[in-house]
Every structure is written in structure tokens, then in C-alpha cells.
Design a protein around this ligand. Structure first.
Ligand code: GAP
Length: 500
């Protein structure tokens, strides 16, 4: 049975993974808060990425570990940054407005049902179901057989045809305006005076902070070409239609690495990073059936990738995209677009003098694996969400032990004097090494159900036998199988399980 996104969103709120931001004021469209378990899950994914990129980066084609260092740059930078990066001029989506409803749509997100024989062409959001289209056609008194129409993206239709188009939320044609550019950067002012000179932007990607520090890193560390600079942090985009829970939000986190290399080697490194990044997403628990690798169509390339050799995406089959896929990470060939542009705008030389190539001077080309941390968390939750009507919770989260927010729960069978102190002692021992829960109240069934719903892989239960022989019951989340192990073995048991 397909998973309903509403159930996932409800569980996330009920159990403290993700809440709407400003919940008590009715929320704020496109903004979300991570709760006690959500922040642990996000940190686990973040730390795993940092380890895979900065602490233990992979071995390169020559068998030696590649060189990657990390940074953490400011969210607000000199506004010239965004002129040089192309975001002031080009980081916009063409939007069409509906004159009647005042709603605004991304031009490339609308599809139109066209037909030579019809003088009215209804438009729909690209994710609309066939059944909804048939319903609207009937309402408009038009033939509802979809095979009579061709589905065309609004970007492909000339302006002259707009007079025939019925907007997604109206009944009459001719209400959609010509597309207008809408810049996605949030603006604010640095300093007390709200003048044009003081205008600054919240970064729409973490990548530019890396380009700005390329020279600083070269001058202050021992990295040599090829090498990478990695960064994790918040990014802000004034998305026109934030949607699908945390998939497309206005504040989100990215995990980006800029890989600087000789231009002749860029294509090879793009393939290398594409493979490494695919392995990464599998290692955190995303099933290969739900992952897809896709080269970008040339007309959807970002402004920087147009100059390079394109972007390949790693995509995930989210419940709201199924049977299609949504982007999780792009591996872009950014060419020398950014460094060259920053060199032109700042006057600072970005050339590299390569002693390994007879002192050849060049501006390196850049391969950029750019992943969404927030979107990655959503993929982990969607992948883990498993319906199982045979258990009291009806559902469990099948996180890999390494990603699970809580690695284990310690449950005294009863709140009796004899069980609780042993549980407390075990809890104090385990929490030195693992995030664990000590849960004393309620009947054991309810406590297992809670741990299933938050995806805790192991529960250790202390009962009367523990007093006799110092053993505890381990319950495994997925199989619900139980075995007894000695109290002394519990830490080691968990340590072994975390290796997966
Ligand atoms: N530096 C390149 C860059 O920013 P991008 O494809 O625009 O490329 C990279 O963003 C990743 O950031 C995406 O693959 C996606 O996972 C995430 N992302 C982008 N916009 C997002 C949004 N509005 N909400 C959540 N995640 C987003």
C-alpha cells in the first residue's frame, strides 16, 4: 500500500521529529523546526557526511586518500559575492500570476492540456493526478477523455496561446499573465540604515562561501591540487511554492563540497564523485530501488552548470513523487565559472601554480556534489516508515542503527524498586557512548510501541531474571525477536550493531 505523506507528517509531529515553525501562531509557510528526535537524526546524517568527506574521505583512483578540508563560512557575505556568482542576475524563476485569484505559479511547474480542437486549454500543477484533471474537464463542460489532449509544459507554449489557457484555480481562460522573473534571494540590511548600499542577502547556497575562501585555504593549509573544501550549513531561498513538507522549504540545510582539479581531469572526477555519493546514500539506508541517477536535461541546468559539462542528479522516490523521483543531490561540473567570476569582480588572482605539472598556471575546474541535509532527513524518514498492522503501534521506523536518533531504550519491566536501580545503572553506563532512552512509566507494550515509532533499534528490558542471573532481554525492532544477554555484554553488543 502506498504510504500517505499525511501519516508521515503526523508521526513527525506526534513523536517530536519535525514541527511547523511558529506553530502556536499558525506556522509560517516554508519554515520548519526540528524537535528533540529530528535534531538527533539530522545530526547523525550531518556527522556521517562530514566523516565521509572530511575525516575519512575516500581513496582516489590512485589508491591514496583524497584531500578535503572543512570550513564554516558566514551566511551573509559581501553582496558583490552574489553579483559575481550570478545569483543577483540569474537566480530567479519565471513566474506567472493569475489576475483573478492573485495566485502565483512557477511557469515550469504548470502543464496545459492542449488540443487543436478546443478553444480552452485547462492548466494544472505538474503533480496533479489524472482523476483531478478529468474532474475539472467535466466541470468545465469539456470532454473528459484525456487521450484527446496533449500535456504540454507551460514553458513550451508561446505567449499568444495564453489567452486560451484556464489557470489551475479559475474557470475562465485568459487570466494568466506573461512570465516575470522573481529573484529567490532573501534580502536584509547590514547596519542600522535600511539603504540600498546596506542591502545584503541571506546565502541561497553554501557553495559561494567555499569559493570565497579558496585562496585562504590554499594559503593556510597544505592542500595541493586536486583537493576539496566542504561545508554544511543553512541556506535560504524565497521559494514561491514551498511544498511537500520539508522537501522544498525556504530555510534548509545543505552539505556541499567543491572539488578543485585540473580542467583535463574534471570529467573523470565528476564520475568518481557521482559513484562515491551514490554509495554514501546507500550506506545511510536508502534502498537502491528508491534511488535513481539522472543526467540533467540541458534546459533545466543552473546558470553555472551551463558553462560546464552539466549536472547529474541522485534522486529519491519520495511518496509524493512516486512513481517518479525527486532530487536529493546534484553533482555539477561548474567548470571555472565561479573562481573566474570572483577573480574578475574582486581583482584577486585565483590561478594555481601547479608544481606537479611543470609549474603550469590554471584556474581549476570544479566538481560539486551538493546535497540537501534537510531533504536527506526526509528521505531517511520516508524510507524508514514501515506499516505493520500486527504490532500495537501499527508502524515502525526502520532506521539503520547508525542513523537512529536513539540507539537503545532501557526499560525496567515494572516501576518496582528492584528493577529501576539496575535500569538506571545501565542507562548511566550506556549514555556515555550512545544516545539512549530510559523509560520507566507505562506498561511494557506501550513503551515498545513508542520505541518502534521513533525507530529505536534495540530495547533492553530488566526483569526478575535480571536480579537472579544478571541478564537482560534484548528486543530487536524489526523482527521483534527477543534474546537474553548478560548485562556486562550490553555495551559491546550495541557497539557491534552500530558498525553497520
Ligand atoms: N550549490 C549548488 C546548489 O545549491 P541546488 O541543486 O540548488 O544546487 C542542492 O541545491 C541541494 O539542496 C538540492 O539537491 C536539494 O537537496 C537541496 N535544496 C535545494 N533547494 C531546496 C529547498 N528549497 N528546500 C530543501 N532543500 C533544497
Amino acid at each position: 500500500m502506498p504510504v500517505d505523506m499525511k501519516d508521515i507528517v503526523a508521526l513527525c509531529k506526534r513523536r517530536g521529529f519535525i514541527f511547523p515553525a511558529s506553530d502556536i501562531y499558525g506556522g509560517l509557510n516554508g519554515f520548519w523546526d526540528f524537535g528533540p528526535l529530528g535534531v538527533e537524526l539530522k545530526n547523525n546524517l550531518r556527522d556521517r557526511w562530514w566523516k565521509a568527506m572530511v575525516i575519512t574521505p575516500p581513496l582516489g583512483p590512485d589508491g591514496a586518500p583524497v584531500d578535503i578540508v572543512g570550513i564554516d563560512s558566514a551566511i551573509i557575505q559581501n553582496p558583490k559575492t552574489w553579483v559575481a556568482s550570478g545569483h543577483v542576475g540569474g537566480f530567479s524563476d519565471p513566474m506567472v500570476d493569475c489576475k483573478e485569484t492573485k495566485k502565483r505559479y512557477r511557469q515550469d511547474h504548470l502543464i496545459v492540456l492542449t488540443s487543436e480542437k478546443a478553444d480552452r486549454w485547462p492548466a494544472f500543477h505538474e503533480e496533479s493526478e489524472n482523476a483531478d484533471m478529468e474532474k475539472k474537464l467535466k466541470k468545465l463542460g469539456m470532454p473528459s477523455d484525456l487521450s484527446l489532449f496533449e500535456k504540454i509544459n507551460l514553458t513550451k507554449l508561446p505567449i499568444e496561446d495564453y489567452a486560451k489557457i484556464i489557470g489551475p484555480d479559475t474557470k475562465e481562460p485568459g487570466t494568466l499573465t506573461e512570465p516575470k522573473e522573481f529573484n529567490l534571494m532573501f534580502e536584509t540590511h547590514a547596519g542600522p540604515i535600511q539603504s540600498e548600499e546596506n542591502k545584503v542577502y541571506l546565502r541561497p547556497e553554501t557553495a559561494q562561501g567555499i569559493f570565497l575562501n579558496y585562496k585562504n585555504v590554499l594559503d593556510s593549509t597544505r592542500v595541493k591540487m586536486p583537493f576539496g573544501i566542504a561545508q554544511i550549513g543553512k541556506a535560504y531561498r524565497n521559494e514561491v511554492n514551498p511544498r511537500n513538507f520539508i522537501f522544498r522549504s525556504r530555510e534548509f540545510e545543505q552539505m556541499e563540497m567543491e572539488w578543485f582539479c585540473h580542467p583535463d581531469e574534471a570529467k573523470m572526477w565528476q564520475e568518481f564523485w557521482f559513484e562515491e555519493r551514490t554509495k554514501f546514500w546507500k550506506s545511510v539506508g536508502l534502498g537502491s530501488d528508491n534511488l535513481a541517477m539522472r543526467p540533467h536535461d540541458s534546459d533545466e541546468l543552473a546558470h553555472y552548470a551551463k558553462q560546464g559539462l552539466g549536472t547529474s542528479d541522485i534522486e529519491y522516490k519520495f511518496p509524493f513523487t512516486a512513481p517518479g523521483y525527486g532530487e536529493l543531490e546534484g553533482i555539477a561540473h561548474r567548470c571555472d565559472f565561479d573562481l573566474k567570476s570572483h577573480q574578475e569582480h574582486s581583482g584577486v588572482k585565483m590561478e594555481y601554480l601547479d608544481p606537479a605539472r611543470d609549474n603550469e598556471r590554471y584556474i581549476p575546474h570544479v566538481i560539486e556534489p551538493a546535497a540537501g541535509l534537510t531533504r536527506g532527513v526526509l528521505a531517511l524518514i520516508c524510507e524508514a516508515y514501515t506499516v505493520d498492522e500486527s504490532r500495537p503501534s501499527g508502524v515502525y521506523l526502520n532506521f539503520t542503527p547508525a542513523m537512529a536518533p536513539k540507539k537503545a531504550a532501557i526499560l525496567p519491566l515494572t516501576a518496582k524498586e528492584e528493577h529501576v536501580p539496575i535500569a538506571q545503572k545501565l542507562y548511566l553506563e550506556l549514555r556515555e557512548e550512545f544516545p539512549v532512552d530510559l523509560d520507566i512509566k507505562q506498561n511494557i507494550g506501550k513503551r515498545y510501541a513508542r520505541q518502534d515509532e521513533i525507530g529505536t533499534p534495540y530495547c533492553f528490558t530488566i526483569d526478575n531474571d535480571t536480579i537472579e542471573d544478571q541478564t537482560v532481554t534484548v528486543r530487536e525492532r524489526n523482527t521483534m525477536a527477543q534474546e537474553r544477554i548478560h548485562l556486562d555484554k550490553v555495551s559491546n553488543y550495541l557497539r557491534e550493531k552500530m558498525k553497520g
